[in-house]
Design a protein around this ligand. Structure first.
Ligand code: NCD
Ligand code: ZN
Length: 346
């Protein structure tokens, strides 16, 4: 069986820099027309000039083989981010928003924001310019249980923020809980959420029962089965506020299979295959195209892609590893048999 879809976009992606960038970005360019490139490099991508320079590096790495991939850049918000840079970014077609990392929440977030009050002038300009705020929605206080960090962020940070700044456009990135899904539903058209393949396919039992699986460890961490059900229901509901964002976050195998393993699932080589798996299991293949290829573009005010990709229902086995500079990298679902595959360049 074959299914032709409008070419999708990945509205949340990490591609790193240097040799890692060269190793991973082609996987995304194979399936996706555009991707929102996360700014959590070391050092982070803070200014417009840095974002535009990073964009050139991503373009060079992605399109050396003739692909037509379009990176959409983000600025990393710090407590030193200037109002002028935000106004300038809002006028750049290739910069799509600014990313809020609560300091300490995840990989390379040390330069992030400790309190929203510290960036209130920037948030005011983002609201005025209708320049989207992309949020990593987890509180970081050490006493808050890691499984509660997203829910606490939604009720304790996001809800008050949107009461103060009701016109702010917000994408709650990689939602993982029923609480976050309910919040996005209740919040109106200016608030949306991305959903990853791992949060649609796995819960914390997959991560922890029968031995810890480092390649399923990401942040926000996988939650309960009931949360996963809420995510599947949201993704397949046909509601335009939920759209595709893989959060593919490459880390070398040696840094994942480690006494202090890094957070992040590398899903880029199998992204559409995994979403197809999740939608097919939910009996909702007819909802995949809008989730993957329409709602994100609509939220960000971008044209729909005009090319197509083809998904084919023919079982295949995900490779155990891919090259990653001088190292290797383990993809999400390594060694597993998937029902769907994405047929190249049609
Ligand atoms: C991301 C990374 O490695 O950059 N890791 C992850 O677990 N998702 C950062 C992030 O998006 O939180
Ligand atoms: Zn991410």
């Amino acid at each position: 069986m074959r299914l032709s879809l409008r070419k999708p976009d990945d509205w949340h992606l990490h591609v790193r820099d240097g040799a890692a960038l060269n190793a991973v970005v082609r996987h995304t360019a194979r399936q996706f027309q555009r991707a929102v490139i996360m700014p959590n490099l070391v050092p982070p991508v803070v200014t417009v000039d840095q974002a535009l320079a990073y964009r050139e590096r991503v373009l060079a790495a992605a399109n050396s083989g003739g692909a037509q991939f379009e990176p959409l850049m983000t600025l990393y918000l710090t407590e030193k981010t200037s109002v002028e840079d935000i106004r300038r970014a809002a006028g750049e077609a290739t910069i799509i928003g600014a990313k809020l990392y609560p300091a300490g929440a995840t990989t390379n977030s040390d330069a992030g924001v400790t309190s929203l009050a510290a960036i209130d002038d920037v948030l005011a300009v983002m609201e005025e310019e209708q320049f989207p705020l992309l949020v990593h929605g987890e509180v970081t206080a050490s006493h808050v249980d890691v499984f509660d960090r997203e829910s606490n962020f939604v009720s304790g940070v996001l809800d008050p923020l949107l009461r103060t700044r009701p016109m702010l456009r917000v994408v709650v990135e990689h939602v993982t809980t029923r609480d976050a899904v309910n919040f996005v539903r209740s919040a109106g058209d200016s608030v949306a959420a991305t959903i990853t393949p791992q949060h649609l396919l796995f819960d914390r039992n997959h991560l922890l029962v029968g031995g810890v699986k480092p390649h399923l460890y990401c942040l926000p961490v996988l939650k309960r089965a009931s949360d996963r059900e809420a995510l599947i229901e949201a993704a397949t509901s046909g509601e335009s506020s939920f759209f595709l964002g893989t959060d593919s976050a490459p880390h070398a195998r040696s840094t994942k299979e480690n006494a202090c393993g890094c957070a992040g699932c590398f899903s880029a080589p199998v992204a559409m295959e995994l979403y197809a798996e999740a939608f097919d299991r939910a009996g909702a293949m007819d909802k995949l195209e809008a989730f993957a290829s329409e709602y994100g573009a609509r939220f960000y005010g971008r044209p729909l892609n005009t090319q197509n990709i083809t998904l084919e229902k023919s079982p295949w086995t995900v490779p155990d590893v891919y090259p990653f500079g001088k190292e290797t990298i383990v993809p999400l679902a390594a060694g597993e048999t998937l029902a769907w595959r994405c047929v190249d360049h049609e």
